[in-house]
Structures are given as C-alpha cells and as structure tokens.
Design a protein. Structure first.
Length: 501
C-alpha cells in the first residue's frame, strides 16, 4: 500500500512532465490523420487536439491545486492577443460580414489559443536543470526519428500523410514518386523544412556544449533531410542563420565541415537546384494584344515547377535559336487549344477540328512574343493573388482586420496574414509577444555561463530562422511547427526564470 501511495504521489508530482514528454513525441511524429472533419474547410480535428484538450484540463486542475504556476506577465500579453483576435472574429462576422461561416472564424482563433497555451504548460513543468536537459534530449531524439522516417519515405517507399490540399487532407496514405519532396511525419514538405531549420541551430548548440560527434552527425543528417524537402524558403533561412551563427561563435573548423556537406548535398540534389534555378528565368512568352492574356509556353510535369504569369519585360532583345522559337510557338498553340476546349466544355460543346483551327489562327494572330524574366508559379501566386488580398484587407480594415479565416486557408506570409486578419491591434500584440520573449532570452543568454549560453544563443538563431521562413509561409499557423515553437519557448523561458530564483 505504501508503495502504491508513493507511486501515486510521484505521478501527481510529475503529471505535467509526463504529458509534456508524450507531447514532444506526439506532436512532430504522429501523422496528420484526421478524426473529425470541420464543415466548409479541409482543416480537421486530429489526435493532437484531443491530447491538448486533456492536457489543458489536467493543467488547470493542477493550477487550482497550486501544483503549478503561470507567469502573470506573459499571461496578460497572451490574453490581450486572444481578446483582440476574438474581437476581430466578432467584427468580421457581425459587422463586416467577411466571416460568412461563424464557426470557422471561432475555430481559427481557438486554434491559435491552443498552439500558444502549450507555452504556459511547458514553462510550468521546468522544476530544475535536469528537466530542461531532459526535454531537449527528447526533442533531439524526435529529430533523429523524423529524419530516419524521411529517408525511408524517399528511398524505401514508406507512406506519407499530407495536408497540402483538400483531397490529401482526408488522411490518405501517399507513396512518393522519385521526384517528390519528402514530408516525413509532417503534413507537407514546407513545415518539415521549417521545423528542421528551427531545431538545427540547437543541435549545433548541443555539439558545442557536449563536444560529442553524434550531435554533429545528427546536424549533417538534418542538412540532408532539408535538401530532400527542396524548400527554398527554409533553405534560405538555413543559409541566413547557420553560417552567421558559426562566425559569431568563431567556429571555423565546424563552418568548413558544414559548408562542405551543404555544397555536397545541394549540388547532388536536382530537385532543390532545379527549383532554385527556376524561381526566376529568362523566357519568351506571348501576350494577347487584344485581351492582355499571358500565354506561357511550357510543358507541365511533376519534375519541374512551372512558371507563373508574373513577368518583367526585358527591353534588350534576347537571341533565341530557331528551334527554341518553333518549340515555344508549338507549346503556346497547345495551351491556347487546351483553353478553348475547356471553355467549350463548360458550355456543353465539343469543338470540331475546323472550329479549333479557325479559333487558333484568330488568337495566334493577336499574340506578340516578348522576352521576359518570369517567376515560378509559387512566387507568382503570392505576388498576384495571396499577398494583394491580405494587403487589401488590411488597408480596408486596418484596426482589427477582417477576422481569422476570412482570407481563405493560406496567405503564404505570416506577417501579411496577421495584418489582414487581425489588423494593427492583433498584429502588434503578437509581434510584441515575440519581441518580449526574444529580448528576455537574449538578456539571459548574455548573463548565463558559457555552456548554457550556447544553447540559448542557438535557440535564438533558430527563432530567427522561423521569422525568416514566416515571410514566405504561414509558419505560426502550421500546427506541428507552432506547437513545437511555443513548447520550446516555454521550456527555455521556464529555465531562465528558474535560474533567476
């Protein structure tokens, strides 16, 4: 009986720690299989949502019993942002009518509350130095497991569960084609890449702290995984943070080793180098002089990212060889025919060969070839559709925005999404939270001893990598990345508070 009581007391004392330990593995490693669908969106309720709900209930019970504490300064900041967010929901639904389906606005805001709440739970579970390093060790273990699964996905045919579009988000097991980008246990390549780049500086921090080769090998393994995701934004964030960090720490030998492996993996990856080279390319396109329609001569395939319709005309003529000109004209004609057939199909008609020839000749006569620099379709979609939509929403409703969910599922830039959905009030509050956290960790990093300074400084570099990636993706709305960010921030803030006591 005494053993049972002792065991129950230990569980009671460590209950939050047990849940956080489980969550460290569950959040990044459990596939995004949906449990329940939410009407009018392809964002679903998943296992992690139920786990967080249980964890929040346990945390509140422990808080009422005074077993855990909450930092009042951060609580007030977070509540201020949450209140501003729900005000945006109310205004968007009741006044502006930009949130047509009420429950979507509420759920989008509750999702942000869910992500951020893990900060307080993780913070409260740090009781001593052992807890801090215990959590970080588990996190590095999840990196290793996710990396191994990513390699298995690429080379051994292990399945992926992705949420990149409404059909995939239903939870199908997908088997990647040779040219596909890996997602490991994540919902897509971009959030795997963002998570990897976020944690890579911390892996190096452990290497500098412990001086053990396995940490360096894990980092090199993570470079390989990052390259397999072929995410240009995260790769850019990697280059912008890792190498300045190594220069800052004055680690020339490590820098040379990492640079060598980065170059090796990059130039042996046709996927990443192809995507980088095709971000902007010199290309002859055709402009319909009557309608202004842009016709891009290209063959669409899964092996290459297609060009978008965003272009910059080159005044200086480019000399194309006759074969290229003939090929471009043929591809342009094929694109025109495809559009004509699609339009006829919408009207319930099928064009005859003669009708196709007449229409094609008529349209071709109005086409003017011009030399341009064109962007890929990914960048073009952002510049032409997603970003202007968010900017327009902000300019029209600058104070509280149009409300969560009003800008559709993605904006592909967190900063513009915040401005469009939450306006100045919500955006400034959220940015102030990030600045407050960053500033506190920076001050602590300067004061703490050298060994721990490595860990805190590298975490801050990882923090910066997410801020860079957020210019091109909605990173703070990607569940797996958002959970990991707020959890790790809570762990680092919790340990810094502990050291001040």
């Amino acid at each position: 009986m005494k053993k049972l009581i002792k065991w129950l007391k230990w569980i009671d004392k460590n209950l939050i720690k047990i849940f956080i330990s489980l969550f460290i593995f569950l959040s990044p490693l459990y596939p995004k299989l949906r449990i329940s669908n939410v009407n009018y969106t392809y964002i679903s309720i998943r296992m992690e949502d139920f786990f967080i709900a249980v964890l929040l209930i346990v945390f509140l019970i422990q808080f009422i019993r005074k077993k855990v504490q909450i930092d009042p300064k951060y609580l007030l900041l977070f509540i201020a942002f949450w209140v501003a967010g729900f005000i945006s929901v109310a205004i968007g639904h009741l006044i502006l009518k930009t949130i047509v389906i009420r429950h979507l606005g509420i759920l989008h805001m509750l999702r942000r509350v869910e992500y951020m709440s893990i900060f307080f739970i993780a913070w409260s579970s740090i009781k001593n130095k052992k807890d801090f390093f215990y959590y970080l060790s588990l996190i590095l273990l999840t990196v290793l497991i996710a990396n191994i699964y990513g390699v298995g996905q690429k080379f051994l045919g292990w399945p992926a569960v992705q949420t990149m579009n409404p059909e995939y988000s239903k939870g199908y097991l997908l088997f990647l084609t040779p040219e596909a980008r890996i997602s490991s246990t994540f919902g897509g390549h971009y959030d795997l890449a963002a998570w990897t780049v976020f944690l890579m500086p911390i892996i190096l921090g452990f290497y500098f702290f412990r001086q053990k080769i396995p940490y360096l090998l894990l980092f090199i393994f993570s470079i390989f995984i990052l390259i397999l995701t072929a995410s240009r934004a995260s790769f850019g964030a990697y280059l912008a943070t890792i190498f300045p960090m190594l220069i800052f720490f004055k680690k020339p030998k490590t820098l040379i080793i990492i640079l060598a492996f980065t170059l090796l993996f990059t130039f042996t990856s046709k996927n990443l180098t192809s995507r980088i080279s095709r971000t902007f390319q010199v290309k002859q396109i055709f402009i319909n002089q009557e309608t202004g329609q842009v016709v891009i001569p290209q063959t669409i395939s899964s092996k290459e990212v297609p060009a978008g319709s965003l272009y910059l005309q080159i005044n200086k003529p480019v000399n194309y060889d006759p074969a290229t000109i003939a090929n471009d004209q043929g591809l342009a004609n094929s694109k025109i025919l495809e559009d004509l057939r699609n339009e006829a199909s919408k009207e319930g008609r099928i064009l005859t060969k003669l009708e196709e020839d007449i229409l094609l000749a008529s349209i071709s006569a109005t086409l003017r070839p011009i030399s341009t620099i064109v962007s890929d379709i990914s960048f073009a979609t952002r510049i032409q559709i997603e970003w202007p939509r968010a900017i327009h929403a902000f300019l029209k409703h600058p104070i509280f925005g149009v409300g969560p969910s009003a800008l559709t599922e993605a904006t592909d830039s967190d900063y513009l999404r915040w401005l469009g959905e939450f306006g100045l009030v919500g955006t400034l509050l959220f940015i102030y939270i990030l600045i407050t956290i960053f500033k506190e960790l920076l001050i602590f990093a300067k004061k703490t001893k050298q060994s721990e300074r490595y860990l805190y400084a590298t975490f801050l570099f990882g923090f910066v990598s997410l801020l860079i990636t957020a210019t091109y993706f909605d990173i703070f709305e990607a569940s797996k990345v958002a959970f990991q960010f707020w959890m790790m921030t809570g762990i680092f803030i919790g340990y810094s508070k502990l050291k001040k006591i």
